[in-house]
Design a protein around this ligand. Structure first.
Ligand SMILES: Nc1ncnc2c1ncn2[C@@H]1O[C@H](COP(=O)(O)OP(=O)(O)OP(=O)(O)O)[C@@H](O)[C@H]1O
Length: 572
């Protein structure tokens, strides 16, 4: 974990870091004020044990001590308020920057990265940072500065006694350092396990229906139970490792008197310090060491802030997608894939694919699972950018288009229909500001979903989060088709759902598609071959290559891969 994460966090916080700085300064003042009454007490002791006790001056020092206590509480309050405001502003700043950055990433990023992981960073990690900043910044500033100032003051009274106060700390720190050499290993292990635990809990809850139907209990869910076991092992080992050095450290910190009493007594008897100074050091040996004790508790908090910052940094470091400046409202669109090579990581997923999808035609991508159909289709709206070759819309490279022009030109109907937690009306009109109810109804009618919506008690005002449970996969996909019909983009990429196959639903989807695809350039990723029998061209994918291309009849005559797929399909 880099130390620069601290700087990075404050850079992200922007102006809010000034509030945090102010909070730290007020906190230091409040810490100093904590210390003032003790100094005043020392002053009074000097008078009391001096040759000419001056009661007036003693009273005045008493008053100073009272004022210091009031100032301490006031500065503590101001510091707390500033740190909370600063931390909230930081949270806002980080979330805004994260959201703004995420909006500029390749669309494909969102299919790869689990939304749970993103959610965790945007909500949980930033929130933890906020809580930590609100509390730890003022406390840490005080815990470091005040003992240091105390020590300097004590050195002005007696250097040997001041050093003697440091002795238990130095011995304790050495023991801690030796004993906790391997703690960074545990910290990494801990972070890894917390991530695994979260993801397996999410998986278990999301897949509860499947788990239950296969009689899998939380304990029987191997991924979860083995993570819990490892978590238990990690904490047991970590606690064993930390117990003795931390225990020794605490004992030493509590035993300041063991060091200051004999040393101070000896110096007093030798006449090197006077009685008030000796007494003052005895008091300070308790106060000084306990003020340092709080420092040991910050390690965990700081490491949590740093690890949260690192996750934010990982997202912020993801490269942004650049768009071109070519702005054009496309109507009839021809798509050309020209010697396209693409890989997600190292191995090529698409190898030198060339293909033309003529304007206003239906091109179907078929092939076994993993052959590259979805990847190829996702390259058109630039979910990912290719490594070699070109993808052209009407002979213009996709990279040259402005984001608005490109997105305006393409509708993508995904398999797993995404729904906003909003009304059906908003879900159909998503992205369109000025649209009438009549237009929305017309799109829904064309998508064969109007009747269903009207049968709901709140009709188009039904909130999807509630209706979602009642909607079948086919109904949801028809809402998405209505969305695409309303968008009326010249290019449609349709990823046929594999999960719902009842005849009535298939018929309705087919009717909806007939409307959606009229006069459009369509790429259909097809799983049910009878839906694409009439496609203008069918491209058969195999291991990232288009191995056959033609109409249904051509390809059956050719008696190759497609004919085999068709045979398997019709025999099902
Ligand atoms: N986001 C991703 N990151 C890394 N690899 C991926 C990603 N998406 C797909 N792949 C890999 O790329 C290859 C092609 O996958 P793709 O989804 O394009 O195939 P497909 O033919 O559409 O399959 P299916 O019919 O099952 O959807 C597969 O090996 C797959 O594992």
């Amino acid at each position: 974990m880099e130390k620069s994460n601290v700087g990075y966090l404050f850079r992200l916080a922007g102006k809010s870091s000034l509030l945090l700085l102010a909070s730290a300064i007020f906190s230091i003042i409040s810490g100093i004020m904590d210390f003032v009454p003790l100094v005043m007490l020392y002053r009074v002791l000097l008078f009391l044990f001096g040759d000419q006790p001056n009661m007036d001056l003693a009273m005045r020092y008493g008053m100073y001590a009272g004022v210091a206590i009031i100032v301490k509480f006031l500065t503590m309050m101001v510091s707390g308020a500033l740190s909370h405001i600063g931390a909230f502003n930081t949270l806002y700043e980080i979330r805004s920057r994260l959201s703004a950055h995420i909006a500029t990433l390749h669309l494909g990023f969102f299919t790869k990265t689990t939304s749970g992981k993103l959610k965790k960073t945007i909500i949980e990690d930033t929130e933890r940072i906020e809580t930590m900043l609100a509390h730890q910044v003022p406390d840490l500033a005080k815990a470091i500065t005040v003992p240091l100032l105390m020590f300097i003051y004590l050195c002005t009274l007696s250097i040997p006694l001041a050093l003697c106060l440091l002795l238990p700390i130095v011995i304790g720190a050495v023991i801690l350092m030796i004993g906790m050499r391997s703690s960074s290993k545990y910290m990494g292990w801990y972070q890894k396990l917390v991530g695994q635990l979260n993801s397996s809990i999410m998986q278990f809850i999301n897949g509860m229906n499947v788990m239950k139907s296969f009689n899998v209990t939380a304990k029987g869910f191997k991924q979860y139970s083995s993570t819990v076991e490892e978590y238990h092992k990690m904490w047991t080992e970590c606690t064993k490792m930390q117990a003795w050095p931390y225990g020794m450290f605490l004992i030493l910190i509590e035993s300041g008197l063991l060091f200051s009493f004999p040393a101070g007594g000896w110096l007093y008897l030798k006449g090197a310090v006077d009685l008030p100074t000796f007494l003052f050091f005895l008091i300070m040996s308790i106060v000084f060491l306990s003020s340092l004790k709080s420092l040991s508790g910050f390690a965990m908090a700081i490491s949590q802030i740093l690890s949260g910052t690192e996750k934010i940094k990982d997202i912020m470091d993801l490269p942004q997608q650049d768009f071109g400046s070519h702005s054009e409202q496309l109507n009839e669109v021809k798509i050309t894939f020209d010697h396209v090579h693409f890989s997600y990581e190292e191995d090529d997923v698409l190898h030198d694919v060339s293909l033309e999808v003529p304007a206003n035609s239906l091109t179907a991508f078929v092939g076994v699972s993993g052959s590259g159909k979805s990847t190829m289709a996702q390259l058109v709206p630039r979910f990912w950018d290719i490594q070699q070759g070109q993808i052209l819309l009407n002979d213009q490279p996709v990279e040259s288009f402005s984001e608005e022009s490109l997105m305006q030109a393409i509708s993508f109907v995904f398999q797993d229909a995404f729904m906003l937690s909003d009304t059906i009306r908003t879900n159909i009109a998503v992205g369109k500001d000025q649209v009438t109810d009549a237009e929305i109804h017309e799109a829904a009618k064309a998508a064969q979903i109007h009747e269903f919506i009207m049968s709901l008690p709140d009709g188009y005002d039904t909130v999807m989060a509630e209706a979602g449970i009642k909607m079948s996969g086919g109904e949801k996909q028809r809402v998405c088709i209505a969305r695409a019909i309303l968008k009326d983009a010249p290019v449609v990429i349709f990823d046929e759902a594999t999960s719902f196959t009842d005849i009535e639903n298939e018929r309705k989807i087919q009717l909806a598609l007939n409307k959606l695809l009229q006069n459009k350039t369509t790429i259909m990723i097809a799983h049910r071959l009878n839906t694409i029998k009439h496609a203008d061209q069918i491209c058969v994918f195999d291991q990232g290559r288009v191995v056959e291309r033609g109409t249904h009849d051509d390809l059956l005559r050719h008696n190759g891969s497609y004919a085999k797929l068709w045979k398997i399909y019709t025999e099902k």
